[in-house]
Design a protein around this ligand. Structure first.
Ligand code: KG4
Ligand code: ZN
Length: 345
């Protein structure tokens, strides 16, 4: 190991909350040393979404090689690790169990400190892997499992000010893509289709109420479905598309993106009136990979004299770098777990 690394704390982060098996190494002075990931997207594609039983079996196969890979990439061995930080909530129980049991076994066998990390806290602070973001700031997290607004006051000090009442934004992309018979995950495909008609609002899907910071996306899928039925493009009895041209799919994709960007913009605007002291905005989670939505939020932020921070795509989607980062500051704060650490759905 590089002798300089002995001066700080080394945290191994492990993330297995859904369909990614990930491990990363973070050094308290030098930052991220490695970030390894195995994605199960190909495994779940044929089912149009994540199959929990398959996800946990695959986690079990990949966890040891991915941890080895992260250590090798960082040019260290397990002996050099001080802290093991693992996602223990929320997520698919079977997948979470693989990471938590693995981390506990390693920590026990090799006498390492253990830390349990909330996956959502990982996303909320993932912007710091690429940027120094001023406190207090507003964070919008939009992924396949979660959509929330946070006021971030300091490392580990944050407050949820809005969250989804039903589906997450990424889930809306995935479900509507399935309706359109497009592959999983839906977000990137919908973005590609929408770009072909230059992001216009063809169908005016509902934006929901402007008066709350909470989100609701399940109505959006129903609105798209009924609109397709109205256009004789979907058969409710057979539950299948009929006579649907590629052009129509592009128009749906485009209208959907404009609608979701409008909703995010409205929520930011409302949050800013309630929390006018914020210094910046961060946008994280898988949906933050979307260039169109990012651009819309950047424009809104600029108009309001705020900077928008978005991490690179590899830190937007699920990853262990964000878990190792949170583990590092929790270690600094002395927030260690013991062998009773358990998963929480
Ligand atoms: O953060 P993430 O990897 O996993 C969860 O924590 O859920 O997010 C995955 C979600 C999926 O729903 C996927 O459709 C969405 O992020 N996503 C996108 C894009 N890339 C991924 N949504 C919109 N546009 C994209 N380019
Ligand atoms: Zn996530």
């Amino acid at each position: 190991m590089n002798p300089l690394l002995t001066l700080g704390r080394i945290t191994l982060g492990i993330e297995t909350s859904c369909d990614e098996t990930a491990a990363a190494v973070y050094h308290s002075h030098n930052g991220l040393l490695s970030n390894a990931l195995f994605s199960q997207v190909e495994l779940h594609k044929q089912f149009g979404g994540v199959v929990p039983e398959l996800a946990s079996r695959s986690q079990l196969e990949k966890i040891a090689p991915i941890v080895d890979h992260a250590l090798a990439q960082a040019h260290i061995s397990l002996h050099d690790v001080d802290v093991i930080a693992v996602t223990h909530k929320p997520g698919l129980p079977g997948s979470l169990l693989v990471g938590v049991c693995f981390a506990k076994a390693l920590a026990f066998a090799r006498s390492k400190k253990l830390i349990g990390v909330n996956h959502l806290e990982g996303h909320a602070f993932s912007g710091f892997l690429d940027h120094t973001i001023p406190f207090e700031h507003l964070c919008i997290t939009a992924s396949g499992g979660h959509t929330s607004l946070y006021i971030i006051r300091d490392f580990g000090d944050y407050k949820t000010i809005g969250t989804t009442q039903d589906d997450a934004a990424g889930e809306a992309f995935d479900k509507i893509a399935k309706l359109l018979e497009l592959p999983y995950p839906g977000g990137p495909v919908i973005e590609q289709l929408a770009a072909q008609v230059e992001f216009q609002d063809f169908f005016g899907y509902p934006r929901g109420t402007r008066h709350t910071l909470d989100f609701s996306f399940s109505g959006l899928k129903t609105a798209v479905l009924y609109d397709l039925v109205k256009r004789d493009a979907y058969d409710m009895r057979l539950k299948t598309l009929i006579n649907t041209s590629d052009e129509l799919k592009k128009q749906v994709a485009s209208s959907l993106l404009v609608c979701i960007a409008d909703i995010f913009e409205q929520k930011l605007a409302l949050a800013y009136t309630r929390y006018p002291h914020i210094k910046a905005v961060s946008f994280v989670g898988g949906v933050a990979c979307n260039k169109y939505i990012r651009q819309r939020l950047a424009t809104w932020s600029e108009r309001n004299g705020l900077l928008l921070y978005v991490p690179r795509p590899a830190y937007c989607t699920d990853n262990a770098a964000m878990i190792a980062f949170v583990g590092n500051y929790k270690a600094q704060q002395g927030l260690y777990a013991d062998m009773t650490l358990d998963i929480l759905k």
